[in-house]
Design a binder for this molecule. Structure first.
Ligand code: ZN
Length: 390
């Protein structure tokens, strides 16, 4: 028998909020592997008790991730729930600013980004289990090092491998204050340019010196000027350092540049432009080296993502919820991995709120229940989006 989600929420409200509180109060800074790993085990236990088969994706340096599968023998293509449980806040933040609710808003480190989303997805999974949902498996994949772009783990590959073949994926990242849902995101690449010059005493023979700072200043201007090509790519020289003392011509300077781009092919264009600027010498006698770290790849905006959005939009209206709209975001997320694995994906499905990554972060408490209802209804009716025999 199909159970009623509204009745489920009403009956379990206090318990769901208590779970949110427990989760927010667990220290899980991305850099605090011990805290993140403890949270992974806590969530593993929680999802296992709800009926999932679970496994922890262990990493030596990066925070552990988690995979949980409900109903793996069910017939339909699985649906994937994605997210992360690490936060940008340093160890100790949860003790200093524990979970609290005031005027319908919940506060605490990661309450919005995205422990609220973890509560939404685990509540939906619980509801489906209690309703004897039998259409398709539900695959939950959660990272413990999303906020550091999986720098020390292969969690990106875990996402791709686990969600490949799914009918649809919902990423429970930080929801918009209003009702925007994300169908595409830019990718991020980070470039470091280091300039070597020639150091001499600033007073005695300054003309014999070669200022690394002067050389890098030209390069900063050249890089920032790339923003004038309006092709959706953005360049930001985010940090600069160099020199040692005021009375010497500096022989060293370095900048780190954050670049956002729309598609994998644009990464080649971006890299070529950065290479050209690195190789252009404005001040003879200086030498520049360039290195690139690829961050999270773009979540490409596919027609299938838009079709999934349309399905969810209609469902929201049927439920009498505010009408969502489709957004393209400049910030990366793990949806990049599900889209590149060929899975229609909708992102920003978590609780709604504002100011993530800051102490002002808050989440709208009612939106937690709103999203639980929306996702539960979408999953129960997913046959309409992805028929068994297509
Ligand atoms: Zn997040």
């Amino acid at each position: 028998m199909r159970k009623n989600i509204a009745e489920f929420i009403e009956r379990n409200k206090a318990e769901i909020l208590a779970f949110w509180e427990t989760l927010v109060n667990m220290e899980s800074a991305s850099a605090d592997k011990e805290g993140v790993d403890r949270t992974a085990r806590f969530l593993e236990e929680h999802l296992r008790k709800l009926g999932a088969e679970t496994r922890v994706a262990e990493f030596e340096k990066g925070g552990d991730g988690l995979v949980a599968v409900f109903g793996k023998d069910r017939p339909g293509k699985p649906v994937a729930f994605m997210g992360h449980f690490d936060t940008v806040f340093p160890k100790g933040a949860a003790t200093a600013r524990p979970f609290r609710i005031e005027d319908g808003k919940a506060y605490g480190p990661g309450v919005l980004d995205m422990k609220g989303g973890v509560v939404v997805l685990s509540s939906v999974a619980r509801f489906l289990e209690e309703s004897d949902f039998s259409d398709r498996p539900v695959v939950v994949v959660l990272a413990g090092d999303e906020e550091t772009a999986h720098r020390y783990s292969s969690m990106g590959k875990v996402f791709s491998d686990e969600v490949r073949g799914c009918a649809a994926a919902f990423n429970f990242e930080t929801g918009d204050r209003n009702s925007g849902l994300v169908v595409g995101r830019k990718g991020t690449a980070v470039f470091t340019l280091s300039v070597e010059g020639v150091s001499v005493h600033a007073g005695r023979e300054p003309r014999k010196g070669r200022s690394a700072i002067l050389e890098i200043a030209h390069k900063v201007i050249a890089i920032q000027a790339l923003n004038e090509n309006d092709e959706g790519m953005t360049y930001n020289v985010g940090t600069i350092e160099g020199g040692v003392v005021p009375n010497a011509v500096p022989d060293r300077a370095e900048i780190v540049v954050d670049v956002r781009y729309l598609s994998s092919s644009q990464l080649d264009v971006v890299s070529a432009r950065m290479r050209e600027i690195a190789d252009t010498t404005y001040l003879d006698g200086t030498r520049t080296t360039l290195s690139r770290t690829v961050g999270i790849p773009p979540m490409e905006k596919t027609p299938e993502n838009e079709r999934l959005f349309e399905f969810v939009r209609r469902k929201a209206l049927e439920l009498g919820q505010p009408e969502p709209w489709a957004e393209f975001s400049g910030g990366g997320s793990d949806s990049a991995f599900s889209v590149s694995a060929g899975v229609p994906t909708l992102d920003q499905m978590g609780v709604r709120g504002e100011w993530n990554h800051s102490d002002r972060e808050y989440a709208l408490v009612d939106s937690l229940f709103e999203r639980i209802a929306l996702v539960a209804e979408c999953v129960m009716d997913l046959e309409r989006f992805a028929p068994h025999f297509e």
